[in-house]
Ligand binder design. Sequence first.
Ligand SMILES: Nc1ncnc2c1ncn2[C@@H]1O[C@H](COP(=O)(O)OP(=O)(O)OP(=O)(O)O)[C@@H](O)[C@H]1O
Ligand SMILES: [Mg+2]
Length: 284
Amino acid sequence: MTKENVLEKKFNFSLFRKENVLEKTILIKNRNRIYENKPIIKLTNVSKKYLIKRFFRSDIVHTALLNINLKIFKGECFGIIGKSGSGKSTIVKCILNLEKITSGKITKSKLNSRRDIQIIFQNTKSSLNPSQRIDIMIMEIIKYYKLESNNIKMKKYLNNLLSDVGLEKEILERYPHQLSGGEIQRVAIAKAIAVKPKVIIFDESISGLDLSLQGQILNLLNFLKNKYNLTFIFISHNLNIVKSFCDRISVISEGELVKVGFAEDILKSNVDDIKKLFVKNLNR
Ligand SMILES: Nc1ncnc2c1ncn2[C@@H]1O[C@H](COP(=O)(O)OP(=O)(O)OP(=O)(O)O)[C@@H](O)[C@H]1O
Ligand SMILES: [Mg+2]
């Protein structure tokens, strides 16, 4: 059996469509379950200003986020869309405490440890150490967080991770530059789920892949989300992907939240408005 056959057997390689996977009634039932709980992440009037220092001229203040109010619920896939520079990455950096907010409040429920929220970055390949073999890279995480106690258990843990993300053992002895775009994504996903997180943030991580590969990765993410009860925050420029993959979508424009709601409502009733925000990016 070829590698493709093995993977194909495991995952549905057709482009991911939520409507095909879940009947509408099940979708509504799941949503009731998700949205009747308290949010796990809540942003209240969050603003972020950057002070830009300039030589021989006065400093300027750039407002990247202005009074953002958002709630993210356990088990949902929350989409963030908006033009380049609108503030999408800044929102998630603030959630991760990678950036300090200027004013407002971010509350997190049961997300106490750093490993509870994982992020897969815009340029996935460059976020992997080029001089580190894939097995070493993942083993280091297992050791650092003491996820397993001895070598045999660690190997088993690693093999389970590989099987979860649909990778074959041969890739373990390779370096990042020896992997395809799809394999890089799967390694980054394996690294993220290795620490048993509660939330995973995808900051345009799959934007660079071609359409069919994006479909495969979305299928995989949907499978992992259900298996590990994950919550996703999904940043993308691609309206179709966000529509079919996310439960709710927020639209950010020039640092402000202009819309938030269920994917089908946001993208059905305001297509023209949304398109105006995306003129540049749709032509990419
Ligand atoms: N460290 C920083 N110092 C100054 N300005 C910054 C800094 N980080 C981001 N910005 C500015 O804040 C704004 C929002 O940036 P952000 O990275 O959040 O945009 P984005 O929506 O993620 O864009 P893209 O789709 O291109 O990734 C931009 O104008 C950016 O130039
Ligand atoms: Mg960004």
